[in-house]
Unconditional design. Structure first.
Length: 680
């Protein structure tokens, strides 16, 4: 318990009453917390591991102290953003655990169980709290606070009329990098963050509901709750692309977690190849189809070739005969009745063990195996060690091989599509991203997954093909996943429209779907227009509603094709007067002309969100902008993006909802979202 003495304020005239009568006391508490942090740093710096009993203990102490010091020196360590009062207890909630010289807590880590009521308590269910206070910090000190008297639903807060610190933080200007949200986590988000690690949690949420932030904070929470296990088994975050990973890259380190691996699904693949080719939409869709998993399984099993004739094994004066049907039974025994039970190359040893046992039974000699050269050669020929690249290259380039593996699974037209272009991995036909995923699946069937993790976070999960989901799922054999996404934003050729399908191919048998429906990022005027596209996305999802009711209505400017690029540049300039972080979302074929138009105004189009200069304008396609956010967004040719297809509707939905403050559209054809809803 923290005993904080609060002096009674002096009696003053009503006109002199401050809206924050305890401001100086809270500032003193903040100073005390920071002083305690500094003393903790001093104490850790004085730790001398040289007197350890052995080198292992010494190394452990050195690593532990180094991590603690790094943690305590990060920005925000020692600060707090909230306070909760129970009957006689008061707790300050912050990013790090801070204690005094007697090891009593001064600031509670936001992940500790005692901090949960700060996020979840309401006047209807106060969870034992009497009072909650949220702080606003500016220039390194407390500038305001918001009080909530939770044991009195009708009670007025001390900060009545003062902007809610949560909304102020949510609406703050963007910097080009995602921020942690520990001070603004809401109740529905906190329930997901603190869900049990043993199960998979699917988080379905519209734009701005905080899915990604919730997933990252869940990873940080699980590392706090299960430190020993996850320090051993690891945590993996899978993002849709490298730009997105750069965007979220600082969130977990800011929460004190630096050991989490963050990768794209292609980065996970083994063996790695140079991905220099691009599939057509149709081919990419087919290569990501779940049926390809069955085709690959058949292809690797086809590498086992049974002898047509009996195998004669001379040992001494006798010859032992192994008939083909008996040899086949040996193979079936080694396979274990399940074609995917264990990696195929590793099961070769099981065939050897069966043969050895049978040979010993027949000969009753311990050295029979060493003399059975013919049998050993027959086994090696029947069940050779297969190489993933060779298997996949043969499958995708030899008609007869593919026909055997795909019989009754793929149509003749689909087989022809896979064979087009020739052997993959050549100059004529370079590897594609879809090939890389198939190669990893082939490797896993033959040799098993090369590395696994105790918990896996999958962002934008709806965009992964069945094959990609299998690649990710093999990295989380324990079934502990945080699966994040929005079915209305499924835009890739082989993406998903149903969460049970996603769970199936990840291997998540025990899962729960949590719906986030409250939007915190996108203003209501923008979200209202974007939601008009939902009926055209062909997915069953719940429209999000925003807590940010105020905001500008989206605008649509129609120009000629010849003046389109200049008009985009003009719209960017207008938006930048108020919002420096302005992004452009445009079809790829327009990027060059838009970039040239921006240059005439002293601006430079870039394809990144990190390390932005003041003159940089991030520009992406609708496919590549997913997960990012900008204060202002200029969407180019919305009618072209929404091409009348469900995928087009999803792409435009994504593009519109990147805006945190304003949305401006410009195109060479009119676009009226309201007309869509009325059938116009």
């Amino acid at each position: 318990m923290i005993a904080t003495i609060i002096a009674s304020p002096p009696v003053v005239a009503m006109s002199d009453v401050s809206p924050f009568p305890e401001l100086e006391l809270e500032r003193s508490q903040l100073g005390y917390a920071r002083a305690c942090r500094d003393r903790m740093i001093d104490a850790f710096e004085r730790v001398d591991p040289e007197g350890s009993a052995d080198d292992i203990t010494k190394e452990y102490i050195e690593v532990t102290v180094a991590e603690a010091l790094q943690d305590l020196r990060t920005p925000g360590a020692g600060d707090f953003f909230g306070r909760i009062d129970e009957d006689d207890d008061r707790w300050y909630i912050g990013r790090r655990h801070i204690e005094d010289d007697h090891h009593d807590p001064v600031v509670i880590d936001w992940r500790a169980p005692i901090a949960a009521p700060f996020y979840r308590a309401t006047s209807v269910d106060p969870l034992g709290l009497k009072h909650r206070r949220r702080f606003t910090l500016a220039d390194g000190t407390i500038s305001a606070y918001l009080d909530e008297q939770l044991d009195d639903p009708d009670g007025a807060g001390a900060a009545t009329g003062i902007p809610d610190p949560v909304l102020a933080e949510i609406g703050a200007a963007r910097t080009g990098a995602m921020r942690e949200i520990v001070a603004t986590i809401q109740a529905e988000q906190d329930l997901v963050i603190r869900a049990p690690m043993a199960q998979a949690v699917i988080v379905q949420g519209g734009p701005g509901t905080g899915k990604t932030a919730v997933g990252l904070h869940r990873a940080a929470y699980l590392l706090f709750e299960h430190r020993r296990q996850l320090a051993r088994d690891g945590v993996l975050v899978v993002g849709p692309n490298k730009v997105f990973l750069d965007y979220i890259g600082n969130v977990l380190p800011s929460l004190g977690e630096r050991s989490v691996q963050q990768r794209t699904v292609v980065d996970l693949c083994v063996p790695r190849v140079d991905v220099d080719g691009t599939d057509t939409v149709e081919c990419a869709r087919l290569k990501g189809d779940a049926r390809m998993l069955d085709v690959l399984q058949r292809a690797v099993l086809a590498g086992i070739r049974f002898p047509k004739d009996a195998v004669r094994v001379p040992i001494g004066a006798r010859t032992f005969v192994i008939e083909p049907d008996e040899f086949a039974r040996w193979v079936a025994s080694a396979l274990g009745g399940s074609a995917v039970a264990r990696p195929l190359n590793r099961r070769r040893d099981a065939l050897k063990a069966v043969a050895q046992q049978e040979l010993m039974r027949r000969t009753d000699k311990d050295d029979a195996w060493s003399k059975a050269t013919v049998l050993r050669e027959a086994l090696a020929a029947a069940w050779p060690v297969q190489q993933p690249k060779t298997v996949l290259q043969r499958l995708l380039s030899i008609e007869s091989v593919l026909a055997d593996a795909a019989a009754s699974i793929l149509s003749a037209e689909e087989q022809t599509l896979l064979l087009s272009g020739g052997r993959p991995g050549t100059k004529k036909r370079p590897w594609t991203a879809a090939d890389q995923l198939l190669l990893d699946e082939t490797h896993s069937l033959l040799n098993g997954a090369p590395f696994t993790f105790g918990h896996v976070v999958v962002d934008e999960a709806q965009d992964h093909s069945a094959v990609a989901l299998r690649v990710i799922g093999r990295r989380g054999p324990a079934g502990s996943f945080t699966i994040l996404g929005d079915l209305a934003q499924s835009t890739t050729p082989a993406g998903q429209q149903q969460w049970p399908v996603v769970a199936k191919y990840l291997g998540a048998t025990d899962y729960e779907v949590a719906h986030l429906t409250i939007g915190y990022r996108v203003p209501e005027p923008v979200l209202t227009v974007a939601n008009l596209l939902l009926p055209f996305t062909e997915v069953d999802t719940v429209a999000s509603r925003s807590v940010r009711m105020e905001g500008e209505e989206p605008t649509m400017r129609v120009v000629t094709t010849a003046t389109l690029a200049n008009a985009v540049a003009e719209e960017v300039l207008v938006a930048r007067h108020r919002h420096v972080l302005t992004g452009v979302v445009a079809p790829l074929h327009l990027h060059a002309t838009i970039s040239a138009a921006l240059t005439t105004h002293g601006l430079e189009a870039v394809e990144r969100v990190q390390n932005l200069q003041r003159t940089h304008i991030p520009m992406f396609t609708a496919e590549a902008v997913k997960g990012l956010e900008f204060d202002a967004v200029v969407v180019v040719n919305p009618t072209e993006v929404f091409d009348g297809t469900a995928r087009g509707a999803r792409l435009l939905y994504v593009a519109m909802t990147r805006a945190v403050q304003i949305l401006r559209m410009v195109g060479d054809a009119p676009f009226d979202a309201n007309a869509l809803s009325s059938g116009g």
